[in-house]
Every structure is written in C-alpha cells, then in structure tokens.
Write a protein that binds this ligand. Structure first.
Ligand code: TYM
Length: 331
C-alpha cells in the first residue's frame, strides 16, 4: 500500500472550509486505499506566539474534528506531532542540508515574517518548512494530500530528500503532492483575491465549528462582483467563482451544471442555496466534535495509540539516517 502523510495546524481551534476542501476531504478518502499517517502539528503552531492553555485545548479540538470529519483511527494513524520526537531528530539533520537562501525563498515565511515584523519573527518560523519536510520523510511517505498553498514546501521536501540520497545513499522516498482538482484554493469571502485563512478577519472565513447562524450570515455577506450573471470567471468574477467552487466541492455538482441551474437568477439565490449546502455539511461535524470532546480520556487514549504506532515507523527512519550521516551508534 502507498504511504500517505499529512498535517494540519491546531492554531485556530476550528478548521475552515479551505482546510476541508483543499486537504481534509482527501485525507478521509485516501484512508481506503493507502496506509495513512495524519498529525496535528502542534510543533509548527508555536512558530507564532501561542497561549499554552489555548494550544492544548485547540490540539484536542483539532483531533476531535478530524475524527468527526471521518478520519478513522482503525484505518489511519492519527497522532499529535510533539508526541513523536523523531520528527525533530530528523529535522536537525535536514536543517544542516538546507541552504540559508533556500529557506529564505519560502513565500509563506516571507508573508508570515512580514506580518510579524521581520526583526521579531522567530528562527522557528524560518525553519518551519524543514520540520515539515521531516514530518513527511520520516514516514517515507509516497503521497502528501494538501491544498495549493503547500506546493512550495513539498518541492523543498523533495529537494532535501534528493540531496540526502545523493550525498549519503538511497534513503528517502520522494513524495508526490496530491492537490485536489476542485477546492485546492478556496478564497476569502470578503477578499476573494486572498486565500481563505484564519489570519484574515473572521467575516470572510467559514469555520466548521461556527454557529450555523454565523455561517449563514458570512455567506449572505460574501463579496460578489459587478454584473449579475452567475458564471465562473476567476479574473472578472472572483467572488462568484469562489462561491460556485465551494458549492460544487461540497454538493458534488459540477460547476457547469450550477451555472445552468442559476442562469437568469440573482446572486442572492446562489448565496441562499450555498448557505443551506454548507449548513448541511457543518452541522453534524460540529455535533460530533462536541460529543467526542465530552470524553477527553478516550480521545487522549486514541492519540496515545496513534503516537505509539507513529514512533515505531519513524524510529526506523531516524536510525538509518543517523547511521548514514556518521553518528556513532549509542550502545
Ligand atoms: P495548514 O494548517 O495551514 O492547513 C491545513 C491544510 O489546509 C490547506 N488549506 C487550504 N486549502 C484550500 N484553500 C484554502 N484557503 C486553504 N487553506 C489551507 C493547506 O494547504 C493544508 O493542506 N504547513 C502545513 C501543515 C503541515 C503539513 C506537514 C502538511 C505541517 N507538516 C506535513 C502536510 C505534510 C500548514 O500550515 O497547513
């Protein structure tokens, strides 16, 4: 079976529609045909300032949401990144193979450090993509399901794997990036020129755990475009195009069919129907997440079992890597 690995940050507590349509939807589908490893990347979350109690809470909420969305711990290995120290053990070796300039070219680092103010951005934010590479390579993953915004980090991962292999001998599998055909880049509802993100004002971001009334309001207030036609046209109608993309990805109706159905109707009709489609999707996810959070001990037990399995696989890779780079084996 092909190996899959992916990760998601627990930072906001609730995931948003972009996370689901770009990545998590694929996570759930891939469990059927692959050996999947999925983690909540809490180590990555502290690259920006975090409140400790909130981080702990958000990590649990994230794990519960993944289960509610359909990640099945019988079929996938679900765990918390900081429970598997091998990610960090490999990360150091990869850091020593990463060029300073190479890391500096990562666009997410440039965006985030600019937002923080470059002087106060941490070294952890700078080395973030190398830890991500370690997350992937430590499991010898064949495939990594992610949204469009992660492509550059996946290219770095492949470059580092290739570099290590050529310097120290064939060790790592080169992972393939799996980006979905529709939904790979969901845009913000208020600023449809920017990707939907927890770091923009919440009015444009549909969180899965939002109250359904809030969700409906966000969709009703989505920025649409001049003109009145409901057609996908990313250049001239980015707002409407985004609403069509969300509808299509959630309802499984091709965009062309939606265009036909809404021909001659107004933006209000599209928004009303989309609000229903979204509510139908998020309501059971929200309920199930809350149920799972009621039994914290069970959730923690599941995560402990996942981490034990993950450590077993990851330890094998670290052992081989440490031997190849020339570390004296501990006796
Ligand atoms: P994160 O936590 O920002 O996002 C999780 C996943 O959601 C996707 N995504 C989107 N897809 C479509 N439209 C959007 N607006 C949108 N916003 C987010 C992301 O592409 C991602 O797949 N660096 C990663 C976490 C990570 C990781 C890994 C991923 C750490 N280690 C190893 C894969 C493999 C991140 O910050 O994702």
């Amino acid at each position: 079976l092909p190996r899959v690995l992916s990760g998601i940050q627990p930072t906001a507590g609730s995931f948003h529609l972009g996370n689901h349509l770009g990545a998590l939807r694929q996570w759930v589908a891939l469990q059927e045909t692959t050996e999947a490893f999925y983690c909540v990347v809490d180590l990555h979350a502290i690259t920006l300032p975090q409140d400790p109690e909130e981080l702990r809470r958000n990590t649990l909420v994230s794990a519960a949401q993944l289960l509610a969305l359909g990640v099945d711990p019988q079929r996938s290995t679900l765990f918390v990144q900081s429970h598997v120290p091998q990610h960090l053990q490999l990360s150091w070796v990869l850091e020593c193979l990463t060029g300073f300039g190479e890391a500096g070219r990562m666009t997410q680092f440039k965006d985030k450090s600019q937002r923080e103010g470059t002087a106060s951005a941490s070294v952890g934010l700078f080395t973030y993509p190398v830890l991500q590479a370690a997350d992937i390579l430590v499991y010898q993953a064949d495939q990594v399901p992610v949204g469009e915004d992660q492509r550059q980090h996946l290219e770095l991962t492949r470059d580092l794997a290739t570099r290590f292999n050529s310097r120290f001998g064939e060790t790592f599998t080169l992972p393939e990036t799996l980006v979905p055909a529709g939904g790979a880049r969901i845009m913000d509802l208020q600023s449809p020129d920017k990707k939907m993100s927890k770091s923009l004002p919440p009015a444009g971001c549909v969180f899965l755990l939002d109250d359904p009334k809030v969700t409906a309001k966000k969709i009703r207030s989505a920025v649409t475009d001049t003109g009145r036609e409901i057609v996908a046209d990313p250049v001239n109608k980015p707002g409407v195009t985004n609403l069509l993309a969300i509808h299509s990805a959630l309802s499984g109706t091709p965009v062309a069919e939606l265009e036909e159905r809404f021909a001659g109707r107004g933006y209000g009709d599209l928004k009303k129907e989309l609000a229903e489609v979204v509510a139908e999707f998020v309501t059971p996810v929200r309920e199930r997440t809350n149920e799972l959070l009621d039994d914290r001990a069970e959730l923690e037990r599941l995560l402990a079992a996942g981490a034990a399995r993950a450590r077993e696989v990851a330890a094998g890779t670290v052992r081989a890597v440490y031997e190849r780079v020339g570390f004296l084996a501990p006796v």
